[in-house]
Write a protein that binds this ligand. Sequence first.
Ligand SMILES: NC(=O)c1ccc[n+]([C@@H]2O[C@H](COP(=O)([O-])OP(=O)(O)OC[C@H]3O[C@@H](n4cnc5c(N)ncnc54)[C@H](OP(=O)(O)O)[C@@H]3O)[C@@H](O)[C@H]2O)c1
Length: 326
Amino acid sequence: MSIPTTMKAAIVTAYGSPEMVEIATRPVPVPRDDEILIKTVATTVNSGDARMRAVNVPTGMKTLMRLAIGITRPRQPVFGTELAGIVVATGRNATRFAVGDAVIAFPGTRLKCHAEYVAVSETKPIAKKPENLSFEEAAGLCFGGTTALHFLRKANITTGEHVLVIGASGAVGSAMVQLAKNSGAKVTAVASAANAELALSLGADAFIDYATTDYTAVSSAYDVIGDTVGATSFQRCLRALKPGGRYLAVDGGIGDMLARPKDGKRSIAGMAQERPEDVALLADLAARGHYRVVVDQVFDFADIAKAHARVDSRHKRGSVVLRVTE
Ligand SMILES: NC(=O)c1ccc[n+]([C@@H]2O[C@H](COP(=O)([O-])OP(=O)(O)OC[C@H]3O[C@@H](n4cnc5c(N)ncnc54)[C@H](OP(=O)(O)O)[C@@H]3O)[C@@H](O)[C@H]2O)c1
């Protein structure tokens, strides 16, 4: 396959609304010795991309975010943390994958996936694309899944524990429902009524509509509360947690990060790790039919601003996908 010297990439040169994202022409990266070059078939615009674009982060985190990604504008203008595509070249020392392999890759915070070609070190989280997943589904395997795995691992869930997943129809939430069930937990899912069927189809044992029920107004009901959308706080969920309960502040602010354990209950916050073994695990679960990627909508690459706007709505179901190349 001949590889062009230039490609289309979506760039964000200033923080702001979805219209700040534009398609530009960039050089195709040349893979270093340890890298593979992937032709992107599909990628996602996820909540991480949308948050970075708008510097829209929980209370107390704005300055930290700007320090991390660029004070006045993004240092790395090509966003995108995950993709599914085809290996088109390999560096001299890259031996894990061959030209022609269909793969999923999760460069994570290194970004650059909103582009027709992406060079990634083969030591990063990359796995063969499960054959039973379309490229659009495979593109959405990593972001929500690895985040849910990280927080569930920290919670150390044991069989029979009761897990409440808030935001169960999102990318992280839909993953958390399935992975908690896989760990033998009983799961109650929270979203709006329109997403009840989806949450139950993912394996949730019960569903609560947040519009009609205050799910925190219960005593000692849950071993783990995973808030994937920042709808609550550790403080607000204390009563609903059982003794020894864990609050997973996936979208938590400084308060949840600094919260001290109370009555044997604790808050778990911070950034999820990006681990190759987690991507391998998710790919294996998906290949065996034990894990489903929920796709909200598929947009053409040229419509990336519309994809960002859909993510901004905070009502997407699972992953918003971009079709980049055929
Ligand atoms: N800590 C980390 O390392 C890390 C890593 C990845 C992501 N995150 C954060 O995790 C968050 C979730 O990401 P995501 O992509 O999964 O979110 P998302 O897909 O945008 O979540 C949207 C879903 O949440 C539901 N929802 C919205 N408001 C709700 C509420 N008040 N109560 C319950 N459900 C509600 C919506 O259902 P309805 O339409 O029915 O309301 C929708 O289906 C993001 O803010 C992201 O920044 C953190």
